[in-house]
Design a protein around this ligand. Structure first.
Ligand code: SF4
Length: 178
């Protein structure tokens, strides 16, 4: 069975997309963007190897404990995780939304993977196109692709400037790797 290579997880965050979310940072990225904000997540080395069931149990816990609206998948490059489509199907079955950050452009991604999320934010980080206006996106080339209408009304979230004081992140989860 394929396992997911997870760097770390936050059960509840208010700063990785609209609404309260669980955020999963996957380990490994081969895109080598100059100025990458998460260089420690680039090495393609095993960190915490979790089965789909183990990852889902963590997500279910976040839903039960915090009533999260959805899950943010980031990294690293999440599309390197071969089980992602199946995971996303199960996340949707739990009634949760999915935001996927990918350094690849939509055309370079598997179509079924794209169709397994609600919002895809795509494209590499381009240092010369630094985006200081939009939250979370990093560079101006990044595009919000609303795959479903779940987050259509939240587009303004990414154009807003949330002050540091309003941002609260609670409950980190530390995983013992196997
Ligand atoms: S895609 Fe993201 S994680 Fe990968 S090198 Fe670029 S900025 Fe870093």
């Amino acid at each position: 069975m394929n396992k997911f290579n997870v760097a770390y997880i936050k059960l509840l965050t208010k700063i990785e997309g609209p609404f309260d979310r669980c955020c999963i940072w996957f380990q490994g990225c081969n895109l080598n963007c100059k100025g990458c904000g998460n260089p420690s997540l680039q090495p393609l080395v095993p960190k915490h190897l979790l089965t789909e069931e183990q990852l889902l149990d963590i997500i279910y816990e976040a839903k039960k404990k915090y009533g999260i609206e959805g899950v943010t998948l980031t990294g690293g490059e999440p599309s390197l995780q071969s089980g992602l489509k199946s995971l996303n199907k199960r996340i949707h079955e739990a009634g949760l939304g999915i935001i996927l950050f990918s350094g690849k452009t939509i055309d370079a991604l598997d179509k079924d993977l794209v169709n397994s999320v609600d919002l895809l934010i795509d494209g590499p980080f381009i240092e010369s196109q630094l985006d200081k206006e939009r939250l979370l996106l990093g560079s101006k080339n990044k595009v919000l692709h609303f795959i479903t209408d779940r987050y259509l009304k939240q587009e303004s979230y990414f154009n807003s400037s949330i002050s540091k004081e309003e941002v609260v992140a609670e409950d980190y989860i530390f995983i013992n790797g196997d």
